[in-house]
Design a protein around this ligand. Structure first.
Ligand SMILES: C[S@@+](CC[C@H](N)C(=O)[O-])C[C@H]1O[C@@H](n2cnc3c(N)ncnc32)[C@H](O)[C@@H]1O
Length: 330
């Protein structure tokens, strides 16, 4: 139990509808508003250890599959009334998990020329580490593997630099507290259930990326992004440029751990240069938030920090849709 009451839950779901779904997912917008107005569903969610909308809707989709997801408030009410125990079991035994390859359209813009040694923290199944195996439509430019099962599109605003080639990736490694094994059918089913049910394109590209990860195995270490980062960085070969990146990750750890993470990168830069790419919600990294235009609450901040000899230089490059659907270059 979180100690939160029905009114707190209602507020969270209203916010989710307004700030994360509106104009992006009609279905989840409608369902989240329905939750916020239904006393019985609010009571049910308030008894859960985690009330997060994404967890609640993923638990439902895990049970119903995408095609059987409720479409209306009344269908949702009936489902929660008749399958409350099953939903509660899934919510208690799972955590929200995503691996959103759409974010690669954003990260790609900020990569230096290769050869690169890529380290992703909070990598989940590590699918974003396969960014050189995807196909990108960036405005009128197409890039990457035309026949890739992962086809990414990203609308752009402002003078976005268009890369002419995907840098060579000489080495890659992920780190995650709870990595997803792409060969574990149940884990994959949960990963897919976390994709919003009315986003079949996102689902298809995730399935495509899983297929690629099965064919081209990746290493994702199990561990904490602070405690277990130094030994991982010690393994990175010297003959490639080190890039450490993450998307939708640092918000899961306290501010002092975010500082500790940055300090590890600064220390590492005393023996080799480090490029740090961050793609996080506003407020997560104070240095990037300070550079952000006022009034931005929804778009992620794509930041690039270059560390040399322990010194950092921060640039805020772009505002990005949280799943990489569009990008505004600053
Ligand atoms: C929202 S998911 C994002 C996954 C991936 N970066 C993406 O863009 O799709 C957050 C990930 O961070 C991982 N995570 C959270 N706290 C962590 C920590 N302290 N150390 C390592 N990984 C962590 C979670 O296990 C999860 O896989």
């Amino acid at each position: 139990m979180t100690g939160l009451g029905a009114e707190d839950v209602a507020k969270r779901y209203r916010q989710f509808a307004e700030q994360e779904c509106r104009g992006y997912s009609e279905l989840y917008d409608e369902l989240a508003v329905a939750v916020s107005e239904d006393p019985a569903i609010l009571e049910f969610i308030a008894t859960m250890p985690v009330i997060q909308p994404n967890l609640f809707f993923a638990a439902i989709q895990f049970l119903t599959r995408a095609a059987g997801m409720p479409k209306t408030a009344s269908q949702l009410r009936v489902l929660v009334r008749t399958r409350d125990r099953e939903i509660a079991d899934v919510m208690r035994s799972h955590r929200t998990q995503t691996n959103e390859v759409g974010r690669c359209s954003v990260l790609l813009r900020a990569l230096p020329p290769g050869p690169l040694a890529l380290v992703e923290v909070g990598a989940s199944a590590g699918l974003c580490l396969l960014l050189d195996r995807f196909h990108y439509q960036l405005g009128s430019t197409s890039l990457g593997e035309p026949a890739s099962p992962v086809q990414l599109r990203c609308k752009t605003n402002g003078p976005v630099p268009v890369p002419t080639a995907i840098p060579t990736i000489a080495w890659r490694r992920g780190l995650d507290a709870y990595p997803i094994d792409v060969h574990d059918q149940e884990a994959v089913r949960w990963l897919l259930a976390c994709v919003w049910a009315d986003h079949p394109d996102r689902r298809r590209r995730l399935e495509g990326a899983i297929e690629l990860a099965r064919a081209h195995p990746l290493v994702v270490n199990t561990g904490d992004l602070v405690d277990d980062l130094p030994p991982l960085l010690a393994d990175v070969p010297d003959d490639a440029q080190l890039v450490v990146f993450h998307s939708a990750v640092l918000g899961y750890v306290d501010l002092d751990r975010r500082h500790a993470f940055a300090n590890i990168l600064a220390d590492t830069s005393k023996r080799r240069d480090v490029t740090w790419l961050s793609n996080e919600a506003p407020g997560v990294l104070p240095e990037m938030t300070a550079l952000s235009p006022p009034g931005n609450e929804r778009q992620f901040l794509l930041g690039r920090t270059r560390f040399t000899n322990g010194q950092r230089r921060d640039e805020l490059l772009a505002l990005a849709h949280p799943h990489g659907a569009d990008l505004t270059w600053l």
